[in-house]
Design a protein around this ligand. Structure first.
Ligand code: SF4
Ligand code: SF4
Length: 451
């Protein structure tokens, strides 16, 4: 047996294994149509190679060399580090955000109340927009397109549970302080956060720009915010992919609420533990934040802001729910990281194409409050939420980084921060197999995927 035969047999086995893994990847992700496309588009290649190799004898050396060369080029492009990707750019001062202006705060204003009158007297520009979605039923109530008589009550139960815990975000600090070196304390705190069930944890300096200027929800509405803590410990938990695949139904909304509850509980316990060790600490959980979690999560090196307006993490893409603990404990901060999101989003636009509200820009970034970023229109988005009766989430479902990085995609995702070719290949892979855009279901699904 000459070298072309040995090499050719080896390559045939390798190509066969690769196509099997390539077809299994979307299948394991629950993306059945992509798995079928993979079967049609990828499997013929190793079969064609094997047939040509067996039947056309004079071509054997040429074929085996061509495949070896192509494999070397692709591996080189994936594994040889290239230019470092550019991350988020801060180009000017970042004025503080008033929480009262957020759509979620405006949604809590009761028409006819004094708070309502005062707010729109100060901010008349929002009045007309807000009256449009006020004509639609609130989330999780009958009348929304995806209202489900059983499941739509689950998110409300989760958020009510969290609301009942709001008074416990702060508490008495122990007079006896446990002292540890900074590095050791940081390692221990991160370990405890993971032990409490958190998937992602990072530490950022708590700069004033990342504090809301005024409270926008709850009993302290309108109070100016002062928070002298030095650090923000940012906590993230993964949303279940099977539930996100059900967006925009009550199932995906339930998952969102469940994860806010999960990460909120962890933040409350972590803050209580820090206070018991003698350090001031406050938990920031859904409905009771005093700080902007997304930019802090970026500062803490947990991800990058993407086109869809959420933080994209290397592990779960945008499929994450966040909480934080601010504290003065002796900690070591993490640093922002770039893993290629800006370049991916510049070329991808899948979330923008899938957004039923047209809320996600498909053009270039803008400079807003000192940060160069894509600006999602929260008002348009919220209008669709009210129409659907859920938090929509189609952009989360569409984002290629949301998919669990299994098998072949695990290798691609590993290479994303390291190589521009890997980013191009990742997008090409996505375009080849997965839908170009995701559309809302015609009717709500009846059962959760685990039911
Ligand atoms: S949640 Fe839905 S409406 Fe809002 S930005 Fe995402 S896709 Fe658009
Ligand atoms: S769908 Fe594409 S453009 Fe949108 S956030 Fe994800 S990677 Fe970026």
């Amino acid at each position: 047996m000459g070298w072309p035969v040995v090499l050719g047999l080896f390559e045939a086995v390798l190509l066969g294994c690769f196509s099997l893994v390539a077809c299994l990847t979307p299948w394991c992700q629950g993306e059945r149509s992509a798995a079928r496309r993979a079967l049609l588009l990828i499997v013929p290649w190793p079969i064609g190679f094997a047939l040509a190799f067996l039947l056309v004898l004079p071509l054997r050396p040429l074929l085996s060399l061509a495949v070896a060369g192509a494999s070397l080029v692709v591996s080189g492009l994936l594994f040889i580090p290239g230019r470092r990707p550019q991350g988020i750019r801060i180009l000017g001062p970042q004025p503080r955000v008033d929480e009262r202006d957020l759509i979620f705060s405006r949604a809590h204003l009761r028409p006819g109340s004094e708070r309502y009158r005062n707010y729109y007297a100060r901010r008349p520009a929002f009045k007309e927009k807000d009256e449009r979605w006020r004509t639609l039923p609130p989330l999780g109530t009958p009348g929304g397109r995806y209202f489900h008589p059983l499941l739509s009550r689950l998110p409300t139960a989760c958020f009510s549970h969290l609301k009942a815990l709001h008074p416990t975000v702060t508490g008495q600090v122990s007079s006896e302080q446990v002292k540890l070196p900074r590095e050791e304390f940081t390692r221990l705190l991160k370990g405890v956060a993971h032990y409490l069930g958190v998937d992602l944890v990072g530490i950022a300096p708590l700069e004033e720009a990342y504090l809301y200027s005024h409270v926008g929800r709850g009993g302290d509405y309108g109070r100016p915010i002062e928070l002298p803590h030095r650090w923000a410990v940012v906590l993230g938990v993964e949303m279940d992919w099977r539930a996100v695949q059900q967006a925009p139904t009550a199932i995906s909304l339930s998952e969102s609420a469940r994860q806010y509850a999960r990460v909120g509980q962890a933040a409350l316990i972590l803050a209580g533990w820090l206070r018991a060790l003698g350090y001031p600490a406050r938990a920031h959980i859904d409905g009771c934040y005093r700080l902007l979690v997304v930019p802090l999560a970026w500062e803490a090196g947990l991800g990058e802001l993407g086109r869809l307006g959420c933080l994209l993490t290397p592990e779960f893409g945008p499929r994450v729910r966040w909480a934080a603990v601010s504290t003065d404990a002796p900690l070591q901060p993490d640093r922002p990281r770039a893993f290629g999101v800006q370049e991916l989003c510049r070329r991808c636009r899948k979330c923008a194409d899938s957004c039923p509200a047209g809320a996600i820009p498909s053009g270039e970034k803008e400079l807003v409050r000192g940060v160069e970023k894509w600006v999602m229109d929260g008002d348009k988005c919220f209008f669709v939420w009210r129409k659907f009766g859920t938090d929509c989430g189609l952009c989360l479902r569409a984002c290629p980084l949301s998919r669990p990085p299994l098998l072949w995609e695990r290798l691609l995702r590993w290479a994303l921060p390291r190589s521009a070719a890997a980013r191009a290949l990742f997008l090409a892979w996505d375009r080849l197999l997965y839908p170009a855009r995701y559309t809302p279901l015609a009717r709500p699904s009846d059962l959760p995927p685990w039911g």
